[in-house]
Ligand binder design. Structure first.
Ligand code: ASN
Length: 320
């Protein structure tokens, strides 16, 4: 089994070594499985349970103060499962798998996805807050949780343009270096320190492929916002040619269906690495935005590309 994982495209992360270790552990855990679906689920779960990543525990907080998780999973026979907007669900990837395996649907949302998870024994009601997200949220002057207009006003200037500390665009561009100075002067989508950290995995056992992506979305997003991650072809995709997982500015990834683009380039003859590079170039040209992708093709070639400051990846291979 070959497994490649990512820990999100974005700014330079805190504790890169600790995160890298966890990514290696996730890849190893996936490679120990004998089925690619088990492999991507297992790898993603290792990352969802780690508060340093924006998936499961430690996920981003939406404008009403709630944390909602999203995930998508796909196999090379084009079976798809996705679930979104799930408060209290750490193992979003397992709910995506449940949708794929147990329902005639491809995508289930919100309270119904949570109820479905609960009915099938996936833990719900989990406290997804980490110390880091609690502190960051407490530092913000937040709008009333029951006023969507006030929330929209509040996020309008902040979403994708400032970090979770609420600095404005002009603050971030000022000569005074912000705390996360690694981000200063970069594209808007790279500024939020917790805007990276979405997680994903792709796996290949020599015959079959699978892809999965899981996230808490992005900081300073309107309550109920759903990004690319659970949208098939955008945050994840798998065809007989390649399995792909994407990360980055979700609205921009979705409008160019970034993951599908990578698989299409493999279908037309490129290997996973060249396909990832090419799709990301197209993405950057079309949107001017920031993202990253990982991919594995049906020859077992691994690929990755990103145009953010950082995107950590890890891979593992285990012969069965
Ligand atoms: N960090 C991320 O990758 C965020 C994710 N793509 C979203 O927009 O929800």
């Amino acid at each position: 089994m070959q497994v490649l994982v990512h820990g999100g495209a974005g700014s330079a992360p805190d504790d890169p070594e600790g995160r890298q270790e966890r990514l290696e552990r996730a890849a190893d855990s996936g490679a120990a499985e004998t089925d690619p679906v088990d492999a991507v689920e297992s790898a993603v779960r290792v990352l969802e349970s780690d508060p340093r990543f924006n998936a499961g525990i430690g996920s981003a907080v939406q404008s009403d103060g709630a944390i909602r998780t999203d995930a998508g999973l796909m196999t090379d026979d084009r079976s798809v499962g996705a679930a979104c907007s799930m408060p209290g669900v750490e193992r979003a990837v397992s709910v995506a798998r449940l949708v794929l395996e147990e329902t005639p649907h491809g995508f289930v949302s919100g309270e119904h996805a949570v109820a479905l998870a609960d009915a099938y024994g996936i833990e719900t009601g989990v406290d997804l807050w980490s110390d880091r997200t609690r502190e960051r949220w407490a530092d913000l002057e937040t709008p009333p949780a029951d006023d969507p207009r006030a929330q929209l006003e509040w996020i309008r200037e902040r979403y994708g343009q400032s970090d979770s500390g609420g600095r404005t665009n002009s603050d971030a561009d000022s000569t005074e270096p912000p705390a996360d100075h690694d981000n200063a002067g970069r594209g808007p989508a790279s500024r939020g320190p917790t805007d990276h950290d979405t997680v994903g995995a792709v796996a290949f056992d020599g015959e079959a492929l699978a892809a999965a992506t899981s996230t808490g979305g992005r900081w300073l997003a309107l309550a109920g916002r759903v990004g690319d991650v659970p949208q098939v072809g955008s945050g994840f995709y798998c065809s007989p040619a390649a399995a792909v997982s994407a990360t980055g500015a979700g609205e921009d990834i979705a409008r160019v269906t970034l993951s599908r683009r990578v698989a299409r380039h493999v279908e037309r003859g490129r290997d996973a690495d060249a396909a990832a590079e090419l799709a990301l170039e197209e993405f950057a040209e079309l949107t001017g935005s920031t993202a990253g992708v990982i991919a594995i093709d049906a020859r077992g070639t691994l690929g990755s590309a990103y145009n953010s400051v950082a995107m950590q990846t890890a891979s593992a291979t285990r012969r069965s």
